[in-house]
Design a protein around this ligand. Structure first.
Ligand code: HEM
Length: 140
């Protein structure tokens, strides 16, 4: 489970970065919002929700959840344990909620620029949150 989560993260990051850059280009160059742009956003939504499920699955099997149950104060006092047991999972959930909000908000927009802007803002903030709380030293 941990390994799948680790490999799936490459797909999540790659497609999320692509979607954000695509939205910024679409917005700045006043492009038409096509089916391709819609599919890119939808694919990102699906890929990130799969990562959420894998992450939740691993979390409840992981030593980090057990450590948190046994002593929250000890976990919170240790930087590495706090990142893996609390900060990373919470921040990733918030990021995926933002992606989901961005997806549903873009559907209600009628103008192409507004659709690109919604993706750029919501998916963009999600990307920054994800990058800020990935356990980089464990990953590489
Ligand atoms: C966009 C969503 C997410 C991304 C991109 C992501 C990415 C990552 C990466 C790159 C690692 C390091 C993997 C390694 O050590 O090889 C990791 C670890 C971890 N993730 Fe996520 N994650 C996401 C969501 C979640 C969620 C929603 C949860 C739980 C609710 C979660 C729980 C964990 C845990 C517990 C670890 C620690 C693994 C360990 O060292 O035991 N992740 N994640």
């Amino acid at each position: 489970m941990k390994e799948i989560h680790s490999y799936w993260a490459y797909i999540v990051l790659a497609i999320l970065i692509f979607t954000v850059i695509n939205a910024i280009i679409g917005l700045t160059q006043k492009k038409q919002f096509t089916d391709k742009d819609l599919r890119v956003g939808l694919f990102t939504l699906i890929v990130s929700h799969i990562q959420l499920l894998i992450g939740l699955g691993w979390y409840f099997m992981s030593p980090w959840y057990k450590a948190l149950k046994m002593g929250a104060a000890d976990v919170m006092g240790d930087k590495t344990a706090r990142l893996l047991a609390v900060e990373h999972p919470l921040m990733m959930i918030i990021a995926i909620v933002l992606i989901t909000i961005g997806w549903s908000k873009h559907k209600k927009k009628t103008e192409d620029a507004a659709k690109f802007k919604t993706f750029a803002i919501f998916y963009g903030i999600a990307l920054l949150l994800i990058l800020s709380r990935i356990p980089w030293s464990n990953w590489f």
